[in-house]
Design a protein around this ligand. Structure first.
Ligand code: ADP
Length: 160
C-alpha cells in the first residue's frame, strides 16, 4: 500500500519524523507531501523544507518527498497513492482531522481513506509552531527537532 503524509513541515519536527518512520514500517511506500500554501508565508521556503526532509529521510528507501499544491485527492490520483496518513496528538487535532478526512472522502467520491497514527507520548505536545515560538526566543529546541536542523532554525531568526 502506498500512502501520502501531507503537511506544511515548517519545519519538520521529531513528531513528524516519528509518524514517517512508523508509516515506513507499516506501509510499502510513503510519500511525504509538502503543501504549498499561498495564504501563509512560512518560516522556511518550500525548497528548504524539502531539502531538510530529504536529508533526514535519505536512509529510507521506501520514503520520498514531494511538493504539492491544489487538491490533495488530485495528488493521490496523479501519484497512484492509496490512502492518506495523518497524525493525531490531542482532541483538538481530532476535530480538524475529522473534517478533512470527510472532505477528502467526499471530493474523491468515497475513494480515499484517511488513516490515523497516534502521536508518540514523548512528542504529543510538539508542533512546528511550538518549535518556532521557542526558537524565536533562543530557547532550547534540541530535543524537539533532529540535530541536523537545529542550527538552521536558529539561523532563520538571526536573519530576521
Ligand atoms: P498542517 O499544516 O496540515 O497542520 P503539519 O505539518 O503541522 O501540517 O502536520 C502534518 C500532520 O502531522 C498532521 O496530521 C498533524 O496532526 C501531524 N503532526 C504534527 N505534529 C505531530 C506530532 N508531534 N506527533 C504526531 N503527529 C503530528
Amino acid at each position: 500500500m502506498k500512502v501520502v503524509y501531507p503537511g506544511s513541515f515548517d519545519p519538520v519536527t521529531n513528531g513528524h519524523l516519528d509518524i514517517i518512520r512508523r508509516a515506513a514500517v507499516t506501509f510499502d511506500e510513503v510519500v511525504v507531501a509538502v503543501l504549498v500554501n499561498s495564504q501563509k508565508k512560512g518560516l522556511f521556503s518550500m525548497e528548504e523544507r524539502i531539502e531538510m526532509l530529504q536529508e533526514l529521510l535519505y536512509d529510507y528507501d521506501n520514503v520520498s518527498v514531494k511538493l504539492f499544491s491544489g487538491l490533495l485527492v488530485d495528488f493521490l490520483e496523479d501519484e497512484n497513492i492509496d490512502a492518506i496518513i495523518r497524525g493525531l496528538r490531542a482532541v483538538a487535532d481530532y476535530e480538524v482531522e475529522l473534517q478533512l478526512a470527510h472532505l477528502n472522502k467526499y471530493i474523491s467520491k468515497g475513494k480515499y481513506e484517511t488513516l490515523f497514527m497516534v502521536a508518540g507520548t514523548d512528542v504529543s505536545f510538539l508542533s512546528s509552531s511550538v518549535v518556532k515560538e521557542i526558537a524565536s526566543y533562543h530557547g532550547d529546541i534540541s530535543n524537539l527537532v533532529p540535530d541536523q536542523i537545529v542550527q538552521r532554525i536558529y539561523d532563520k531568526y538571526k536573519e530576521k
